[in-house]
Design a protein around this ligand. Sequence first.
Ligand code: SDX
Length: 429
Amino acid sequence: MSETAKLILGDETFELPVFEGSEKEKGIDITKLRATTGGYVTLDSGYKNTGATTSAITFLDGEKGILRYRGYSIEELADKASFLEVAYLLIEGELPTKDQLDKFKHSIEHHTMVAEDMRKFYQAFPHEAHPMAVLGSLVSSLSTFYPESQNPNRSKEDVDLTIHRLIAKLPTLAAWTYKNSVRHPVVYPNNNLEYSENFLRMMFSVPAEEYKVDPVIASALNKLLILHADHEQNCSTSTVRIVGSSQANLYASVSAGISALWGPLHGGANQAVIEMLEAIKADGGDTEKWLAKAKDKNDPFRLMGFGHRVYKNFDPRATIIKKACDEVLDKLGIDDPILDIAKKMEQAALNDPYFKDRNLYPNVDFYSGIIYRAIGIPTEMFTVMFAMGRLPGWIAQWKEMLDQKQPIGRPRQIYTGANARSFVDIANR
Ligand code: SDX
């Protein structure tokens, strides 16, 4: 007999089925709640207690600090896999054979170019435009160059081509966004280079000097992209799924995800962390003063890069990135005072009752910006890097939602406004 939940409303008792997942997580299925109870719905601001879907892509346990993509631990994947291997795993569900990976890479390597007309979009943006605004616009505009991507009833081949085009073109669009901001000529992709190397070359090569990719940097970027690749039903992924549920095309759905990720409470935190650490450094490095500000309810300041909706223990990604920080800066011979301030802040916060009582630990964004800085990525491009990493996760979740034939997402509400009333002429108001 499977478990059920009993709901007592007045003198009626309703039995609700309990759904159990492969990791023994349990969800009370309220699919028929409104119909069986005569109109009751649930209320859960921010969906802190609501499962929007079942999913077979990513499992995380916030209490134990566990993160797995399709059953493989993030620690193993970050250490042993390439980013495109992980992208294939997330989207297709299994690690690729050599032949499958070669085909996947070949397809992606041969779609890295973007339509030359897209360069005109960059000329219309102000140079100081935030890269996330530019990237979101350009990703959405891809559907105008590939109108077949707008067809909701497309074949698997068409869906795969639309997916491969996006994975291939995002680094090009991202690098060109940066080039536009520094008024440099764009650099075209080179299909002989690995994914991360190709991006770094498009970012930093100039006509006068070809950028030489340092393997330490390419490896660090590969690891960072993997660590950001998916994270179950976070804000931007939920956005991609709900936009895609209306049968809007992949480019439009991912563009919406880019906009959601931009927020400083979400992916924009990696930029906000560095800006915070630089402010603390400029203020003399008084970490105690800034911790007090973070704890002060009358002060809007929050310790950026700390806390998480799900992780009530260490974010396993933060642990890996912190270790990579030390390795990359050491190998590159960089002594970044910002890293010292970050470590001092972390130690102070981890020993402070306010943070301990609220289970506030460093999250993925706390250290990632320090590596991006060491690589030479400008601060305003940090969230673009997050988007590049998260792309295969967004795609996998969008594809799963369609494969599950999910209905269009349309939450209910409880109305609290004015009751029915008649119109009053302006003369009588
Ligand atoms: C990402 O969901 C994902 O998976 C996201 C992500 C992914 O991979 O997709 O992991 C990526 O978005 C990481 C989070 C990046 N954001 C930040 O670093 C911004 C700073 N962190 C917070 O704003 C906050 O912790 C959130 C938004 C991340 C989580 O907020 P919640 O779950 O809504 O928690 P809350 O705001 O209700 O906070 C609970 C308490 C509150 O205090 P009390 O009302 O109980 O007294 O903790 C306090 C908050 O004031 N608090 C903080 C804090 N974070 C929470 N206080 C100071 N500094 C902080 N950073």
